[in-house]
Write a protein that binds this ligand. Structure first.
Ligand code: MLT
Length: 199
């Protein structure tokens, strides 16, 4: 997968996995890594799917309606890529913290839905429930921060509530942060994510 890797100054820190929103690239979330943890490794990946020229991490049939078969395939592909990248760049495969926005947050959540040890923690900006009606692995010990907008037309508030309870039922420790805005990624929520990460 097309990506950027930047080695951090402190090898005991996690690797921050950056996953952009629809139409984004691996450049987009680099400033967030600086704010969350400037000493950590950064692995920023570009989605392998194109929708009218816009990169995404998996196909959708319509706005908010996911192509489940492709979502499953792309999630496996990303999980395999993380194995390869950990070997190539010599970072700890068990110490990855995802930071995703929108479509990137959705595939990060789906990594947790399918693979118990894919991520140690995740910061999900405006995610949806990636899949419903499946059994989640035991996510005890996993930490998740969800930032959601009360007026988000793309990820209705109920989606954030549902994702929160699904992850908690699987044993994860989840913090849900609300912004009184829509789908945009705000500096306030990034600062709240940084405070959560550094706590
Ligand atoms: C998705 O397709 O993953 C969500 O609808 C959010 C987005 O527009 O990227």
């Amino acid at each position: 997968m097309k990506h950027i890797f930047k080695k951090g100054s402190n090898p005991s820190k996690p690797t921050l996995l950056l996953l952009h929103g629809t139409g984004g690239t691996e450049q987009d979330l680099l400033p967030l890594a600086e704010i969350i943890d400037k000493d950590a490794n950064v692995l920023s990946v570009r989605g392998n799917v194109l929708e009218n020229g816009m990169p995404r991490f998996f196909r959708r049939l319509a706005e908010g309606v996911f192509d489940e078969e492709d979502l499953i395939f792309r999630t496996a592909e990303l999980n395999d890529f993380l194995d390869e990248a950990a070997e190539k760049y010599e970072f700890d495969r068990h110490n990855i913290v995802a930071i995703g926005y929108s479509n990137g947050a959705n595939i990060a959540a789906n990594l947790m839905f399918h693979y118990q040890d894919a991520l140690k923690a995740a910061i999900l900006h405006h995610p949806m429930v990636p899949r419903r009606g499946i059994d989640l692995p035991d996510l005890s010990g996993k930490q998740v921060f969800i930032a959601a907008g009360t007026n988000d037309p793309i990820c209705p508030a109920q989606e954030s509530e549902d994702l929160h309870s699904l992850l908690e039922s699987a044993g994860a420790n989840v913090t849900l942060h609300w912004e009184g805005h829509g789908h945009q990624l705000t500096m306030t929520e990034v600062k709240a994510a940084a405070a959560w990460y550094n706590n």
